[in-house]
Design a protein around this ligand. Sequence first.
Ligand code: NAD
Length: 324
Amino acid sequence: MKTRITEQLGIRYPILQGGMQWVGKAELASAVSNAGGLGILTALTQATPDDLAAEIERTRRMTDAPFGVNLTILPTINPPPYGDYLDAIIKSGVKVVETAGNVPADYMDLMKERGIIIVHKCTSVRHALSAQRRGVDIVSIDGFECAGHPGEDDIPGLVLIPLAVRALDIPVIASGGIADGSGMAAALALGAEGVNMGTRFLATREAPVHENVKQALVDATERDTRLMFRTMRNTSRVLRNAISDKVVETERRPGGCAFEDIRHLVAGARGRAALESGFIEDGVVSAGLVVGLIDDVPSCAELIERMVLECRAHLERASRLAAA
Ligand code: NAD
């Protein structure tokens, strides 16, 4: 499968595993890259920039294929030293960086000088256009279906993807709502040149999380996510559980609530503990609407090969319809 994305990133299939906090570690990123997609480490999953440099080296020992690093710049409880993480990424020689949230403007020139391909993930056409103006190479457009932060416009992929393709000159990756070959075929038909998946890769054998988390994704239906932080304009789509129910209820009480009132419930450290222990009612687990489409826990290679076969079959079926 050849698109501008596969050419630019040097990968066999136009499938990326997007940055996932606490999940984007060497085991998963290398498995995706070895299977022909692009695996992505999540920088802030590592406690320090030095730990990130070590994780990049560990990934290199697990794959010869290209992989990337995600750096997300969004509200956090303890703002990390973003510049030091970026320095570690640039020094490591990694050739693909996925940015999300704010574009790290001060580092754009340096990354470009070093030949780094910048994939910027964003949730609106206006942010995509501004990222293009700032010099990013690829936009990953994240529809309302996505896990984590979908922005505040609530535009699903069926509308957002073609709008982004129409507006941008650089290639577009469709993100959010894709978990199988039919979604991939749809995204390509809408003009995207690749797909990005997070939640689907969370339910794979190599994802470094407890088996209970993967089973919870298999069990969940498309109605089992909740939108937290709506009242704070930092919306986040997560799995429905006791914690997300409590957060939404607290936000909806008369007079609303301040972040401090829910901070103990939503802290990333608590979410990480839930992912590791398998006590999934104890912390926030990011998940997209595609939980409704997930009904098994394959290896990354099985998943990617299956998706590509399904995608080709769907595209062939559609082109037969067009020919009739
Ligand atoms: P954290 O422990 O700092 O915060 C937990 C959650 O609370 C995050 O969703 C964060 O955005 C939100 N938050 C923090 N301070 C806030 C405030 N003052 N007002 C409103 N919301 C606030 O975060 P973490 O789990 O350690 O994650 C580190 C970074 O990765 C954060 O920037 C987080 O947003 C980001 N992240 C992104 C995605 C995604 O969809 N791209 C998914 C998970 C985490």
